[in-house]
Design a protein around this ligand. Sequence first.
Ligand code: SP5
Ligand code: ZN
Length: 352
Amino acid sequence: MKLVHNDRHGAHVPQKEFFRGQLVDAVDRPQRAEQLWAAVRDSGVGQVVAARDFGLAPLARVHSGPYLQFLQGAHAEWLALGGTGEAFPAVWPVRSLRSDVEPKNFSGRMGLYSMDNGTPLTAGAWAAAYWGAQATLSGLDSLAAGKADGAYVLTRPPGHHAGRDFFGGYCFVNHAAVAAQAALDRGAARVAVLDVDYHHGNGTQAIFYDRSDVLFVSLHGDPLTEYPFYLGHADERGEGAGLGYNLNLPLAAGTGNPAWLAALEEGLACVRSYAPDVLVVSLGLDTSAEDPICSFSLGRPEFEEVGRRLAALALPTLLVQEGGYAVQAVGAHLLSVLRGFCGQGRQQGAPK
Ligand code: SP5
Ligand code: ZN
């Protein structure tokens, strides 16, 4: 197992986010990543690999040019307008409004390129997200082609809510999607993305919805009650050439561990029958009992089991960090997943 750190994540320091009409303390804190990295770096579970710079081109394979352009300059524009601190959108082109004409106005563009007001655009958001993508590409690069192998990438901010041309859900660049596309561009015929974050990976789903070369499988809190609310239902099966290559397994808020593991098994069966060349896992740890904004209750036995079942697929596997907000608990949970993956779990643990 290789371990890759986005050591530029600390450039992104959100202060506040809107919640129920108030500005409350931001949830995606740098301390999350510090705890995650502290838990794994010297744990013996893997070898640290340095992140390299692959440039903008791999990001432009899944994000639109105007969106990437906007992200790079947005915070400076905000400051130039007299804005202070972090920027939030205030108006969106919902149904009947046009999103095919880019406004000149900054607020107009913030709304065009975003999905919520819970994702502060900070001075360092672009740098952190860019280097998260580079760390992810470095992890992909470290995988032995065609062999059972694993790499874990510590990205922060997360990525799976970011779409082709919008940010939201604390995400700016969709690292898992960048990696899936890069794997195809490097010769893979089929890539599966398995998303086990508590929230539906709307960005990843949408990016690959009409394609059969990327299978998207997600288990998540039911969007009828859980963020992101407007995508992630079971009847979303893909469209056109992508029909049959999207599987959503929504679970009611509060769903217990046996039902969660049963849904995981259904997702894994789908991945197995697709027989991908590479597996990308959107590894959210906000499914834990301790998570402050989610309602599943996974713990050490389940996280180890996730690792074991992923390893049992015997695929080149890129584990990409998504959510997980229980700062004091996420490190232990990550280590459980990685130990399970490496056969070092405390329950069964046959060396691999
Ligand atoms: C990647 C990921 O896990 N994104 C999650 C985005 C969730 N955004 C909506 C959640 C709003 C909760 N904010 C509550 C703060 C109260 N302390
Ligand atoms: Zn999440």
